[in-house]
Ligand binder design. Sequence first.
Ligand SMILES: Cc1cc2nc3c(=O)[nH]c(=O)nc-3n(C[C@H](O)[C@H](O)[C@H](O)COP(=O)(O)OP(=O)(O)OC[C@H]3O[C@@H](n4cnc5c(N)ncnc54)[C@H](O)[C@@H]3O)c2cc1C
Ligand code: SF4
Ligand code: SF4
Length: 447
Amino acid sequence: MVQEKIRVDTLVVGGGIAGMQSALDLADQGYQVALVERDPSIGGKMIQLSKVFPTLDCCSCITTPKMSAVAHHENIQLFTYCEIQAIEENDQGFVSNALQKPRYVDVDTCTGCRQCEYACPIDVPHPFDRYLGAHRAAYVPFSTAVPQKALIDMENCILCGKCQRGCPANSIDFTQKEQPFEIESRAIILATGFEITPPDAKKEYGAGQFHNVVDALVMERLLAPTGPYGHVLRPSDGKEPDSIAYVQCAGSRDKTLGVEYCSRVCCMYAIKQAMLISGALPLADITIYYMDIRTFGKGYDQFYQTAQAMGIEFVKGKVARINEDENQNPVVRVEMIDEGSKVVERMHDMVVLSVGMLPCYDPQPIFGVRSAEDGFVLTPSINMAPCVTEHPGIFVSGTAAGPMDIVDSIVLAGAASAEAAAYLEANDGNRRSVKSTTNAARVTAHA
Ligand SMILES: Cc1cc2nc3c(=O)[nH]c(=O)nc-3n(C[C@H](O)[C@H](O)[C@H](O)COP(=O)(O)OP(=O)(O)OC[C@H]3O[C@@H](n4cnc5c(N)ncnc54)[C@H](O)[C@@H]3O)c2cc1C
Ligand code: SF4
Ligand code: SF4
């Protein structure tokens, strides 16, 4: 049961790595934070990944403790499966209308034991595993979900009552309704993240049509220890692939898709995945078709050189089309730039599209914060930190501001919490009567 109204210093919207980091930074300084996540668990994309470049540390091992720290921090109130529907401003700050979606499970008594899941007869393709695996209609979102509580997918539930009879805590409650409530805050941090370019955006690459042409997030799940098959197997027939190709910029730097920017992470994650596949399938041939390899971060170029030394083939080539042969093997038609632009066709067992990053949320209608031309949240001046939006008191964190990797998302999350703390400090009491350094900078920049 949520309270009708709560009051905090800062509302953080989005519980990926950036939102969690901003919330923790502020909470550690003693500020009260409400973190609102639209999904049933926090963790964002990072909790779906296998390992992180360039260290190859296990993603889950880094993300899970942060998720747990957020859930247990005395200064953070966490609302999952919840969305902000409208905000108003007054002299004290912002009043956000939040909507708690019904889980049809009493979160106060649910122990996460999964008996409901074992009893439920309905399988539903699981977005967490990029639809390669399934969850039941009654389910705990994934093994390390926070909170570790079940929910019912009412769109697919047949109301057979098996979960209710199987639940030892009597927690299933089909009478639950949406619950509106208000969050009063003096500042807001937007950490709504990104989504990947739809893999079928470039029809000529055949994703969605050919089973063995997958996106890079599918490969993350295949490589993850908790992945749907427990191994890298090709989706069409469960065979171990002997030859895997990556197609770079499959959704970035492409005028035809209206995505003209570089997504900044695809070269590095493709190299990372290629290295991990070499470990999982030592005999497999791995080819990366690229136009440019962009390895700009600290230690990133060495990472690239290590991949070359491991025998991963880098081919400077423009992939025009992917077809499929009679055995469901993708056939890549590529213009070989370093071989006089000769066009060749090469057959692989699987192709991975290195999809780009798109903005996933337009904050203008609710938060009154404009987006830039690329659709990511506008940070209006290079004279200000890249987490400062046009709207006083509203800051942006992580990939909501633009494509970036985890390290940069965490750095921007730190900057957003520092700016929010400065703003709260400067506007203590009456937020409009005192100008913060941030506001002063903003006024100067807009003059
Ligand atoms: C295939 C792939 C592999 C990658 N590998 C690496 C790697 O190895 N190393 C690396 O550094 N980076 C990697 N990245 C990049 C990395 O995933 C991102 O940098 C990072 O996840 C960004 O975190 P975020 O919190 O900004 O966004 P997200 O992870 O997208 O989190 C945003 C959160 O906000 C929530 N949300 C969205 N809208 C709303 C709303 N309106 N209300 C409430 N909640 C909302 C979402 O549900 C989500 O939980 C990879 C990316 C991809 C696609
Ligand atoms: S709803 Fe009941 S059965 Fe399902 S996880 Fe919670 S306590 Fe266990
Ligand atoms: S009532 Fe719905 S969620 Fe529960 S077991 Fe039956 S199908 Fe599954």
